[in-house]
Design a protein around this ligand. Structure first.
Ligand code: KIV
Length: 326
């Protein structure tokens, strides 16, 4: 195709498929993006065995989406960890489809290049396949390109129904936080033979059902490796050792945006909570000492002379010139 032909095709594409053709303009940070392909479910699936680890991070709002994009990750997960790290709940069971839609839309407004995957929250797919499909569609209309569902074999009918609606599905095995009460707490999974057998069967079921990737959470490293070697789709680990096809971390954990004791698998790359507290403390001190705002941080009239004359200079003997109190 000639270059003019290809430009016309691109223009046509962007009119027909604005998301597929998005971000043609180079951004300053694009040069540091290690894998500049435009990730989609088939592309992520095709990364199995490529030797290029998949990078996924959670985000819950537009600034988070922008940071993840500029950092060059492959996937953004609008996780139901939203409940804990943003909304202040103790577990993920409190988060609703409305919450997930609200935050998925906020991330999508950043128009990030990484693929956006949104969690189907607890009770959004446990009440039957029509509910599951309807709720998955709401997340897609909010800006997700795929949804994530927790659980193994017993989720296959729901996963197939969502896939029938042309929505890619990511699976999630191991420690599935929506099952916290059934599991008896946030515990490492797959620690005995039966547990490992169940996980292997579940992983194969998710692959056969058509999931394009599986999150493995909190399983021993050797189990993470066995599961990764046993399926033809990528595994993305969080506390599942170094042998998975990719890794995911929660944004707030990675950036140190809270002071809760991090899980063993979290590596912190910043201490933003501490930095934020120090910054606010300094500002409060400056307000109290009168050094904020300075002259250069204040608006000025071009000339106050006319106003002084018009109002009479006595008006200014006792109070300063101000636009709101002339
Ligand atoms: O909700 C979430 O953040 C997740 C990750 C832990 C994978 O599901």
């Amino acid at each position: 195709m000639s270059s003019q032909g290809s430009h016309e095709a691109e223009a046509q594409m962007s009119r027909l498929y604005p998301v597929a053709a998005r971000s043609p303009e180079p951004r300053v940070e694009a040069a540091s993006t290690p894998y500049p392909d435009d990730p989609s479910a088939p592309r992520i699936r095709g990364r199995k065995g490529s030797g290029r680890p998949i990078v996924m991070v959670t985000a819950y709002d537009a600034p988070g989406g922008r940071v993840a994009d500029e950092a060059g990750v492959d996937l953004i997960l609008v996780g139901d960890s939203l409940a804990m790290v943003v909304l202040g709940y103790d577990d993920t069971l409190q988060v609703t489809v409305d919450d997930m839609v609200h935050h998925t839309a906020a991330v999508a407004r950043a128009k990030p290049r990484p693929m956006v995957v949104a969690d189907l929250p607890w009770m959004s797919y446990h009440t039957g396949t029509p509910d599951a499909v309807r709720n998955a569609a709401r997340l897609v209309r909010a800006g997700a390109q795929a949804v994530k569902v927790e659980g193994g074999r017993k989720r296959v009918p729901v996963i197939e129904a969502i896939l029938d609606a042309e929505i890619p599905v990511m699976g999630h095995l191991g420690l599935t936080p929506q099952s916290v009460n059934a599991l008896g707490g946030f515990r490492v999974q797959g620690k005995d033979l039966d547990g490992v057998r169940r996980l292997l069967e579940d992983a194969r079921s998710l692959e056969a059902a058509g999931c394009f990737a599986i999150v493995l959470e909190a399983v021993p490293d050797v189990v993470g490796q066995m599961l990764t070697d046993s399926v033809g789709i990528p595994t993305i680990g969080i506390g599942a050792g170094p042998h998975c096809d990719g890794q995911v971390l929660v944004y707030h954990d990675l950036l140190g945006m809270h002071d809760a004791r991090p899980a063993k698998f979290v590596r912190r790359y910043a201490s933003l909570q501490r930095d934020a507290v120090e910054a606010l403390r300094s500002w409060a001190q400056d307000v109290r000492s009168g050094s904020f705002p300075s002259d250069s941080e204040s608006y000025h009239l071009a000339s106050t002379t006319d106003i002084r004359e018009a109002l009479g200079s006595h008006s200014f003997d006792s109070r300063p010139v101000s636009l709101s109190h002339p």
